[in-house]
Design a protein around this ligand. Sequence first.
Ligand code: UD1
Ligand code: CA
Length: 477
Amino acid sequence: MPKSNRKASPALGKTPRLAIAILAAGKGTRLKSKHPKVLHEVGGKPLVAHVISAATRVVPAADTYTIIGHEADRVRRALADTGVRFVVQSEQRGTGHAIMTAQEALSNYDHVLVLSGDAPLISPQTISSIRDFHLAERAAMTILTARLDDPTGYGRVIRKSHGGDEVEAIVEQKSLKKGQEKIHEINSGFYAFTTKPLFAHIDELRTANPHGEFYLTDMAEILKKARVVALETSDPHEVLGSNTRAELVALDRYLRMAKCHQLMARGVTIYYPESCVIDADVEVGADTVIEPFVQLLGKTRIGLDCRVRSYSVIKDSLLGDVVTVRPGTIMDQTRIGSGAILGPYSHLRPGSEIGDGAHVGNFVETKKIRLGNHSKANHLTYLGDAEIGSGVNIGAGTITCNYDGINKHKTVIEDSVFVGSDVTLVAPIKVGEGAYIAAASCITENVPADALALGRARQTVKEGWAREKRRAKAAKK
Ligand code: UD1
Ligand code: CA
């Protein structure tokens, strides 16, 4: 939140029309990546997606213009569900050039807030305060600034006078004159412009700089007579950018720790939070304990009083209350009932629905199944495309043979069935309620309710056979 205690004066006359432009066209050369910079993820989300979600809490998505260029189609696809508009800057000739590209769209507004697509910690409150300060100051350009201990790499803000709000110029790192490197007040890359003076003068930008680019920062000097002001933020974290991998990782760590602290404040215990990776949208109920080295990803929601033990990775899953997830369990798009016990080392793949109080144990893989309440599959089993009732016991080593090389087929196991160990169920197949299946059976035909099915060769015993073999061997020597 910015330091200034000035209040925005209510807009005179009609409410000004406000747009947000997000600069997201750059290649991100310093990341040394083949992927577009703004799609690199921090806190489990692309950089620019964080900026968009803050922006669209200040103006509607329909007034938010994301300027894309490098790998524009990929960026557009990744952001399609945000509802923002896109402007394509097909050649990336600098931040000033990006805004020139968007001139036609932005000229319909009175003011435009410009945000940097690679600085993901910006909050809606800070964006609003740039707007309010800009309107109250009746400025042509307002620059959000921050004082950083290490300002290296950022543009420096030269104020007209010490303590005054007005700005003389922004000087980029590479163009700093002697003494200017000592200035710790940096340009955050977040601005507000009044569109009339902006577009009346934007063609005065020149490319006489070390990068040969049109710098948006040069608008400060161009517009200074029309009033350019600086608003210093009190939370310098919010403006941190991600030009390098090291900066990217630092931002990710910051977001992860912030998420852990938010959950802890809501009653969740997280041991060694610095070892856990929890995405922004994850929800966890009070009294749940998260052990070290756990990942909770995507839209995962975990209930009350659960315990998630170490090395578990849970993505886009819903867990009820009092669920125990033992170490090393991997889950993706699953629903887990209350009181269930999973793992260690279970792999629950998409579409697995595990009932209340059910157990899924060591080295059990599930995919697209429903396992009823209090049913158990505790050891070394594959259950795919299956509908399994409640109170069912699935013995160790059971396999649903769901795939014939072309199609997938379904296995139905009704309530209270007992499946012995090492059973193969060749789908499509149905086992009726209360039936028993003998260990080591290969079941290829439906089993009626309450029946016993045996599907294995009868055992033969040859008395004394082994002794005879040993004797014959000894006689040869
Ligand atoms: C910019 C500012 C610098 C400020 C810093 C804050 C300029 C010249 N410098 O430097 O004063 O301290 O941000 O983080 O503006 N982009 C486009 N089109 C382009 C070029 C860039 O859309 O042609 C986008 C990039 O994708 C990025 C943003 O603009 O999201 C900023 O560009 P970047 O190259 O990262 O600027 P910095 O060197 O960080
Ligand atoms: Ca940057």
